[in-house]
Ligand binder design. Sequence first.
Ligand SMILES: Nc1ncnc2c1ncn2[C@@H]1O[C@H](COP(=O)(O)OP(=O)(O)OP(=O)(O)O)[C@@H](O)[C@H]1O
Length: 249
Amino acid sequence: MSLLELNRIGHAFFGRTVLQGISLGVARQEIVALIGPSGSGKSTLAHIAAGLVDPREGRIIRRYLRHAMVFQDPRLMPWATAADNIGFPLRLARTPRGMRRRLVADAALRAGLLPEDLGKYPSELSGGMRQRAAIARALATDPDFIYFDEPFTALDVALKRRMQDLVIEAAASARFAALFITHDLLEAIRISHRILVLDAGGRGIAGERLIPGNPGSRDDQAVFALRQDYLAADPLFAHIHDIDERLRP
Ligand SMILES: Nc1ncnc2c1ncn2[C@@H]1O[C@H](COP(=O)(O)OP(=O)(O)OP(=O)(O)O)[C@@H](O)[C@H]1O
């Protein structure tokens, strides 16, 4: 049974249809990448799935216990240290201070932050460190589902790769499921079990591909080769680099 189920979701902003007839499911411990052209409604769909936006149509079934979100912008509070940022959702949940400190330290370690980084303010952290703090904040509450909304788009290639590995390792050890939104096909192939492609005109899911092997077990050559195959020969991926506003009627 899926942890997250979307049934025929539709949405419009100011009368303009953004999403139509979107149905998808994410199983326990499954990482599903959602890919689609810029403006095709990926973020809107993640916001709807997470309950931040009410859809105009459709039904959402959430069977997970706790979700967390990681956005492209780390969204850290500038006046709070990394530790206080990471611990913020725990504070909201009234987790006792001692336990909070332990959970923050553990999440920070898993996200690749050093103990000395925890006392720093966001302005004292690099872009990569800030994103690590955002991931640590997500991991701290021990979610069984995480929404990632293009979290690494702003990072350079080498850092992006390290952050992808971090997510792959964290997902394997903490056993969370994820909906991972990206417009980077290579990232989708590296990180996910399954790729869903949004229709370029917003009319549902155009199709899906199961990626052979498990995230973390695929060698680079296979990942690059699969990306080449998809881009060169698979019609499902023909429009993923379009800007959909130009395609819409
Ligand atoms: N709050 C809003 N009010 C009005 N229009 C919106 C709002 N949020 C998104 N849109 C519009 O809905 C469409 C889909 O936006 P969305 O951000 O979901 O797409 P996306 O696929 O995530 O794009 P990108 O890959 O560029 O981030 C866009 O045309 C966008 O301008």
